[in-house]
Ligand binder design. Structure first.
Ligand SMILES: Cc1cc2nc3c(=O)[nH]c(=O)nc-3n(C[C@H](O)[C@H](O)[C@H](O)COP(=O)(O)OP(=O)(O)OC[C@H]3O[C@@H](n4cnc5c(N)ncnc54)[C@H](O)[C@@H]3O)c2cc1C
Length: 312
């Protein structure tokens, strides 16, 4: 991480967010010898840094910890002369010839901006959730489902993602128990039918999760019937929480076109509704939210930024 010496400089590109998308764009920017600034309010690594084990990112012959994968990307970027500046950006202004960002420690200017601020999974806020995240509590079935082969798991939520992921998990685990506060699902009918026709998916209707049990790893959950207030415990090795995703786009409301859920709309080149601004990774509308796709988005965005800079 570097000290803030970037205040009065006009950078070719400012990359906001040093997760998978930001690192990949930073690596390309360094190799292109552009004047690039990467900003991150948490120091960098993003969601990778809180991921226990990654085994589905290509080139990993052996699984790797998310933190190590993030550090490798950071070092690779630094090898090309680009490092992360620590600052949480609090305001953005789009001017005719530049973008100006104001952070807690300074202000920054770029001819172009790449937004790679990612997204956060909405948390339940239940006791045990924070402590056991990465130790049985997960927000991504594609990422972590394989770690629960032939074991019972719980899925919390009733929307499209929750039920799709429950069906996905049912092919790997011994049993999926879906916990839902109502007695009907919000998921598309076709996905619901698939779930209802899957033998090892069960439903706990009218229930909410009160506590995730376990000391070093998840052993079960305590759930409560919202009609009777009765509680009971269910044994489970994994708890998959799908109660929504919150994009980190607060800064851009009213300034860029966002979809209904607040994700940034882009075209195929990752360009947003502002010609100087691109978005990549989980923050982008229609992202499938994986490390590999965030990396790909970052590269696509960067190459299009480079083309823009060549022409302007
Ligand atoms: C527990 C867990 C396990 C996962 N496992 C896998 C897996 O096995 N395989 C897989 O492919 N994917 C996995 N994923 C998904 C994957 O991690 C993400 O899709 C990917 O890392 C997203 O990268 P990103 O660069 O778009 O955003 P992020 O990783 O979210 O990074 C965004 C960065 O932007 C910074 N930032 C945000 N706002 C600001 C601001 N205003 N100012 C400054 N900085 C800011 C944040 O600090 C953060 O570092 C997992 C996710 C989680 C949560």
């Amino acid at each position: 991480m570097t000290e803030n010496t970037n205040e009065n400089q006009l950078h070719d590109v400012v990359i906001l967010g040093a997760g998978a998308a930001g690192f990949s764009a930073g690596i390309y920017a360094g190799r292109a010898r552009l004047k690039a600034l990467v900003l991150d309010g948490m120091g960098g690594g993003g969601q990778m840094a809180i991921t226990d084990i990654v085994e589905n990112y290509p080139n990993l012959v052996e699984p790797i910890s998310g933190a190590d994968l993030a550090e490798n990307m950071r070092k690779q970027m630094e090898n090309f002369g680009v490092s992360v500046t620590f600052d949480q950006v609090e305001d953005v202004t789009f001017e005719d010839d530049r973008v100006v960002l104001k952070g807690a420690y300074g202000s920054y200017q770029g001819k172009t901006l790449l937004i790679a601020t990612g997204a956060d999974h909405r948390k339940l806020g239940a006791p045990g959730e924070k402590k056991l995240t990465g130790h049985g509590v997960s927000y991504c079935a594609t990422c972590d489902g394989a770690f629960f082969k032939d074991q019972p798991v719980v899925v919390v939520g009733g929307g499209d993602t929750a039920i799709k992921e429950a069906v996905y998990l049912s092919r790997i685990v011994s049993k999926v128990t879906v916990i839902h506060r109502r007695d009907e699902l919000r998921a598309e009918k076709v996905i619901q039918e698939k779930a209802f026709n899957t033998d090892n998916i069960e439903f706990e209707w009218f229930h909410v999760l009160d506590e995730i049990l376990g000391d070093k790893k998840v052993t079960g959950v305590k759930i409560r019937n919202v009609k009777t207030d009765e509680t009971k415990e269910i044994k489970a090795d994994g708890v998959f929480v799908f109660v929504g995703i919150v994009p980190n786009t607060e800064l851009f409301k009213g300034k860029l076109d966002l979809d209904e859920a607040g994700f940034i709309k882009t075209d195929i080149s990752m360009n947003t509704s502002n010609p100087r601004v691109w978005a990549a990774g989980d923050v982008r509308a229609e992202s499938v939210r994986q490390i590999g796709t965030a990396v790909g988005d970052g590269i696509t965005a960067f190459l299009n930024i480079q083309e823009f800079l060549d022409k302007n």
